[in-house]
Design a binder for this molecule. Structure first.
Ligand SMILES: [Cu+2]
Length: 335
């Protein structure tokens, strides 16, 4: 073997290792569905961009395909939200990328060379918002699945009929895989700002389009909680459905009436679960709160009240047994 052969081999190894990096770059697709041009509730579009949130790696490209019947743009920055455009908010481009208008049947691609989280929207239809996450940097602030910062917990939502307010907090505020998350939530009557106790509900969590958690419960004293663990990263929807009164206790409230359509009794929250680089398996045991909380309250009351009553009885007995007990001034003092 001579040095020429060695040189060629090392050159080949060098070359292949670099071309290998190229091979890993992926091409992802986001579809602009039919109906995205229409922000009304009767729009056939379930999302404005499908998927609304996409996770990629540095060097990957995303192609947006226009399957709608109108031209659209893919413009980095913040859109107006579903209703903002009605009050003259047409979104704010941040200049990072901009497709310009592209027509039905056309597509536009962009290669992401930087890490980061990029929100984007359509400048023609500013309710259309999407989110690209490149190399999933875990942010130090909580946000919803569209990347909008959550300024304050609890997050508050109302049922469609406006009769029930549901407040939710999740701890920790930024959710990672394999780390226990506590969802803490309360039901209120927004008309009187009173706690709505004994409301039954179904809690459903979906992630990447799949159901990952389902449970039912009753807000015993106006609130409840659940412990949840996520194995996968990606956007999640936390949905409460069929929120209805259970029994007649608590305040007088319209929320106690059965709604005409149970579909009006749901609220939804979103956020993103991040990949936990420090932990890749479960270490916590997940224990859910018992739904016989009421029963435990009664036991707790019994445990406290019975000894307390006995104690008072004994005191009373001692007092009445020795009516001329030592006045407090004549207590025996240690020598
Ligand atoms: Cu558009």
């Amino acid at each position: 073997m001579n040095t020429n052969v060695l040189f060629i081999i090392s050159f080949l190894v060098f070359f292949l290792s670099f071309s290998g990096i190229e091979v890993h770059a992926e091409q992802k697709t986001v579809v602009i569905p039919f109906g995205a041009y229409n922000p009304e509730l009767n729009t056939p579009a379930e999302v404005w961009f499908d998927p609304p949130t996409i996770s990629i790696k540095v060097g990957d490209s995303v192609s947006w395909i226009n399957d709608d019947r109108e031209g659209h743009t893919v413009t980095s920055g913040q859109g107006s939200g579903r209703f903002g455009w009605m009050s003259d908010d047409y979104g704010q481009a941040d200049g990072f990328f901009d497709s310009g208008r592209f027509l039905p049947g056309d597509s536009w691609s962009y290669t992401f060379q930087e890490k980061g989280s990029f929100r984007y929207f359509c400048t023609i239809h500013p309710w259309m918002e999407g989110f690209v996450i490149v190399d999933r940097i875990i942010p130090n602030y909580p946000h919803d699945a569209m990347g909008n910062k959550i300024e304050k917990f609890p997050v508050i939502e109302y049922t469609d009929d406006g009769l029930i307010e549901l407040d939710i907090t999740w701890e920790p505020n930024v959710i990672k895989t394999f780390e226990k998350v506590v969802l803490i939530y309360h039901t209120y009557d927004p008309a009187t700002n009173s706690n709505l106790d004994k409301m039954s509900y179904d809690l459903i969590i979906t992630q990447n389009g799949r159901e990952v958690f389902r449970d039912s419960g009753v807000t015993q004293i106006g609130g409840d909680y659940r412990n949840v663990l996520f194995e996968e990263s990606g956007p999640i929807k936390i949905k409460f459905e069929n929120i209805v009164s259970w029994g007649t206790s608590g305040i007088e409230s319209d929320a106690r009436e059965l709604p005409l359509h149970l579909s009006q009794r749901s609220v939804q929250f979103t956020t993103i679960v991040y990949e936990n680089l420090a932990q890749t398996s479960f270490t916590d045991d997940i224990v859910q709160p018992t739904q016989t909380l009421q029963f435990y309250y009664e036991i707790a009351v019994a445990i406290i009240l019975i000894p307390a009553a006995l104690f008072i009885l004994i005191l009373w007995y001692m007092k009445s047994g020795k009516p001329s007990g030592l006045p407090s001034g004549q207590k025996a003092t240690p020598v």
